[in-house]
Design a protein around this ligand. Structure first.
Ligand SMILES: [Zn+2]
Length: 260
């Protein structure tokens, strides 16, 4: 089983970072809100797709461990880890108090997301806690390969998720808690299409490659005057940071405090 994103994390340095590296402010807020959603009586936590373990290392419970498909991140993990696919977790049914899956599902091919959610739910004894980018405008963080013309998301995101699309992937009878973290400015879609497809100005990341042809040398357009003009126009259209950047969803397989 191979996933594009696993290849991205194996080939680039994006996961080759120490788990205790200082967090960006937005990341610190998301991680803080995620930790708040772990009920106090949870003793075992499995972090699925833990990467280098920035979140894993900050979970203070008696038994905390992680899994990831990428070897590069696992080398940095500050707690016990095992390499595995999210689609086949090497754990028994109902074996972990809380199964966490942070910033992973958006990377999967869309048709695999339901099976991944079912697998998280299978292993969880009490709770599943999922975080994803909320209603992400994929085009905003995309780049067009100068070699083959393929347009791809810089971080390998393959879909934009919302509470309305994620919630139904878990059993309806399990209560759900929805939270949001961090506000960002939306990008006015017609303006974004103009910037990218018409003017050829794309967002940049040093840690990426074209999933179609493997090309990995991209120009950074973000410093260009016209790129900034588009940003300023968008600022006029959306003066406020009105969009919730992250969705946090906790599914309670058994209610908190109901220790059966
Ligand atoms: Zn290409």
């Amino acid at each position: 089983m191979s996933l594009d994103t696993a290849a991205l994390f194996e080939r680039t340095a994006v996961h080759d970072t120490p788990a205790d590296e200082p967090l960006r402010k937005s990341e610190a807020v998301r991680i803080g809100e995620t930790l708040k959603l772990i009920p106090p009586d949870v003793r075992t936590v499995l972090d699925v797709g833990c990467g280098p373990g920035k979140l894993l290392g900050r979970i203070d419970r008696p038994h905390v461990f992680g899994t990831d498909l990428g070897r590069v991140g696992l080398r940095h993990a500050p707690k016990p880890v095992v390499r595995s696919s999210i689609l086949q977790l090497p754990f028994a049914d109902d074996s972990v108090d809380l199964v966490l899956c942070a910033e992973v599902l958006e990377h999967l091919p869309p048709d695999l997301v339901p099976a991944a959610c079912a697998e998280l739910y299978r292993v969880a004894r009490r709770h599943v806690l999922v975080t994803v980018p909320n209603r992400e405008q994929l085009l905003e963080a995309s780049h067009k390969c100068p070699q083959c013309g393929h347009v791809f998301h810089l971080h390998g995101h393959q879909q934009s998720l919302t509470a309305d699309t994620l919630r139904p992937l878990f059993p309806a009878e399990a209560p759900a808690l929805v939270r949001y973290a961090w506000k960002v400015r939306p990008y006015f879609t017609p303006l974004l299409k103009l910037r990218t497809h018409a003017f050829g100005l794309w967002k940049y990341s040093p840690h990426t490659f074209c999933p179609k042809c493997g090309h990995d040398r991209f120009e950074n357009h973000e410093g260009r005057l016209l790129y900034k003009v588009f940003g300023a126009l968008n600022h006029l259209r959306f003066p406020r940071r009105s969009q919730d950047n992250w969705l946090l969803l906790r599914i309670d397989k058994t209610p908190a405090g109901d220790d059966r």
